[in-house]
Design a protein. Structure first.
Length: 53
């Protein structure tokens, strides 16, 4: 269940940041957003084997 909620959250964050990236179009801001999304996906990947609480 945690994985499902994590995937939904990741999709929402990517959609939100994608809309900002399209409007702003600053390379530095886009780089920061990409780093944040990659960190989020790595954390989600690592948490997939943890037990649900």
């Amino acid at each position: 269940m945690k994985l499902l909620f994590g995937l939904i959250g990741a999709a929402l964050v990517i959609a939100f940041l994608g809309s900002i990236a399209i409007k702003v179009k600053e390379p530095a801001m886009i780089a920061v957003m990409v780093i944040g999304v990659v960190m989020m996906l790595v954390d989600l990947w690592q948490a997939r084997n943890e037990s649900d609480t």
